[in-house]
Write a protein that binds this ligand. Structure first.
Ligand SMILES: [Zn+2]
Length: 401
């Protein structure tokens, strides 16, 4: 999740639920559980008590927590976590670290070794059943002779879609589905959106003054380690910015430990034939693309340039999805720039899924009418709105229906 206090990925503003860590502060776990000594290697293992539903929910929440470890690294794959439990003890844990690497179940089964036999495997997303870059996890679970599999949610990917569950059941394994489903859905909201629509999940971010003027500054500390903006950049696959911002401002970077920096998607509309991006180093040109409405030469050389027949947010989000991006942050900083026209009907066309608004306690000179005169012709409420005050600014987040 974005900020350390975020609930989902990418982007929730609510405090995260208390971590259900087995090896760490287990006393904060929401379910009835206690620390027990033992397990392989003499580490502390957790043992949950209470009804089966409590136990299932507890371990799926742990799966989600593990999965989030790889936030920003797994696209176009989903984030997935897996926990293997036998006789009430965790014998293996794993998560999918990045595309091309083994899946969560593989790491967890490896850690469990022979202890996987007759164990319960918890996994936040349905195990795959197809040969990709790794063999199917359904087969690995069957081979390891697990007794039960508890699945957070089925996989919307048509090449998985319940086939993994059918395979497990066909092998005589008891499968329970839909445990902590809402949490699992939110964890992979971007992956799911891309899978269902063929477009990247888009979040519009902007900073407003108290009198509603779009600002080109972000809040104090927001771009520092642990700041909301730094964490957003870690979790989103790409950031859409105007050519004006690219020409005048240092390209935003995440300062989170181990963060993979987002792809810079620079929108050049009505540009001169030359676009100079002064803050882009020559050795990182592969981390930026320019989408233009007419032929343009870019400095530094080597930046990928696509001239689009139709400069629309729809076509841009499709193009980014084809490049394997699940999520993009549309960073709206200059009202007169090239992004406003792309956002004209974002609600009616279902092109923006989430809005993050930073409200700064500043009164700005007003250049004219509203800076955010786009979105659609009808009013609409945002859903699941959350808010938080950080360093004197108010952060609001809501989903667009
Ligand atoms: Zn798999």
């Amino acid at each position: 999740m974005v900020f350390s206090y975020l609930l989902s990925t990418p982007g929730g503003l609510a405090p995260r639920p208390a971590p259900a860590a087995c090896y760490y502060s287990y006393s904060s776990a929401p379910c009835r559980a206690r620390l027990v000594a033992g397990g392989r290697g003499g580490r502390l293992r957790c043992q949950a008590q209470g009804g089966a539903r409590d136990v299932d929910g507890h371990y799926i929440r742990r799966c989600v927590e593990l999965a989030r470890t790889a936030a920003g690294h797994t696209s176009p794959n989903p984030m997935v976590g897996c926990v293997i439990v036998r006789d009430g003890r965790v014998v293996g844990e794993g998560f999918h670290p990045k595309a091309g690497q083994p899946h969560a179940e593989v790491f967890a089964l490896r850690a469990a070794g022979d202890f996987a036999e007759n164990a319960t495997a918890y996994v936040s997303l349905e195990p795959c059943n197809h040969y990709g870059r790794t063999p199917p996890c359904s087969e690995a679970l069957i081979k390891a002779k697990v007794k039960e599999v508890v699945v957070g949610m089925t996989d919307p990917n048509p090449i998985v879609a319940s086939k993994g569950i059918e395979k497990l059941r066909g092998a005589g394994i008891d499968v329970r589905i839909g445990v902590e489903e809402a949490l699992c859905l939110r964890l992979n909201e971007a992956y799911i959106h891309r899978m269902l629509t063929g477009r990247a999940f888009a979040t519009l971010r902007t900073t407003l003054s108290m009198n509603g003027i779009v600002m080109d500054q972000i809040g104090s500390g927001a771009d520092q380690p642990g700041g909301y903006y730094s964490q957003l950049l870690k979790e989103y696959d790409g950031i859409v910015i105007s050519s004006n911002m690219a020409k005048t401002t240092a390209l935003p970077i995440s300062r989170e430990a181990g963060a993979k920096q987002p792809l810079y998607i620079i929108i050049a509309q009505g540009e001169d034939s030359k676009l100079h991006i002064p803050f882009l180093h020559e050795d990182s040109v592969s981390n930026a693309i320019v989408l233009a409405d007419s032929p343009v030469t870019v400095q530094p050389a080597g930046v990928s340039i696509s001239v689009l027949d139709q400069m629309s947010l729809d076509s841009i989000l499709q193009l980014l999805s084809e490049r394997g991006l699940c999520s993009v942050l549309v960073d709206f900083r200059d009202a007169g720039g090239s992004l406003a026209s792309l956002l004209n009907n974002f609600q009616e066309d279902k092109l923006v899924q989430k809005v993050i608004l930073e409200l700064s306690p500043v009164w700005m000179p007003s250049p004219g009418p509203s800076n955010l005169a786009f979105g659609g012709s009808q009013s609409f409420p945002l859903k699941n709105v959350e808010h938080k005050e950080v360093n004197g600014t108010l952060l609001l987040e809501g989903y667009v229906q």
